[in-house]
Design a protein around this ligand. Structure first.
Ligand code: HEC
Length: 150
């Protein structure tokens, strides 16, 4: 087999398997699916900026756009964490409902970091924007560590 083809297969196979094993959210209103989609949308806005930084091709206008997108999406997942919404395919930990104050604090930290990121990015400075980006990233990770299954 050609090496490239083999590598492609090796990379794609786990995704296919994952997709097959995924449980459908059949509850009315699909709260789990809704919050997962809201997080995915956040990731789609957030990740390209990280790629730009890693590849050392910061663009002020792309960052301004990305930060505005992220700001527009930052409140979307939370209303879908209602009581009694911990069932497959949820990847939340029970701590979301067991430690509501800590979860609220993690949300507040995230929202503050996103707003500060957007304000910084508007200034157009690469270094400051990068730092503010890392701060947002830290709040994503911080919350996941406590409240999301690995
Ligand atoms: C306050 C907590 C919190 C913050 C902040 C947070 N997340 Fe999450 N995230 C979660 C939880 C909880 C889940 C699991 C949702 C579920 O499956 O029930 C999750 C799931 C996800 C998922 C997986 C969605 C899926 O399809 O299963 C992605 C991607 C994600 N988050 C990206 C991000 C990004 C990017 C950020 C920051 C820009 C972020 N999250 C900030 C708590 C948070």
């Amino acid at each position: 087999m050609f090496p490239l083809l083999r590598r492609t297969l090796l990379v794609c196979l786990p995704c296919l398997l994952l997709a097959c094993g995924e449980v459908e959210d059949t509850r009315p209103g699909q709260p789990v699916k809704q919050r997962q989609q809201a997080f995915k949308a956040m990731l789609r806005a957030f990740e390209p900026m990280g790629t730009m930084l890693r590849e050392q091709r910061y663009q002020a206008d792309a960052f301004a756009r990305g930060a505005r997108q992220l700001q527009a999406l930052r409140d979307a997942p939370w209303p879908h964490f209602g009581p009694d919404t911990q069932y497959p395919p949820s990847k939340s930990r029970n701590t979301v409902w067991e430690k509501p104050q800590e979860f609220a604090q993690a949300k507040a930290d995230f929202v503050a970091a996103v707003d500060s990121f957007a304000a910084t990015v508007a200034g157009g400075q690469r270094e400051a924007s990068e730092k503010a980006y890392q701060q947002v990233y830290a709040t994503c990770q911080g919350c996941h560590k406590q409240f999301r299954e690995r």
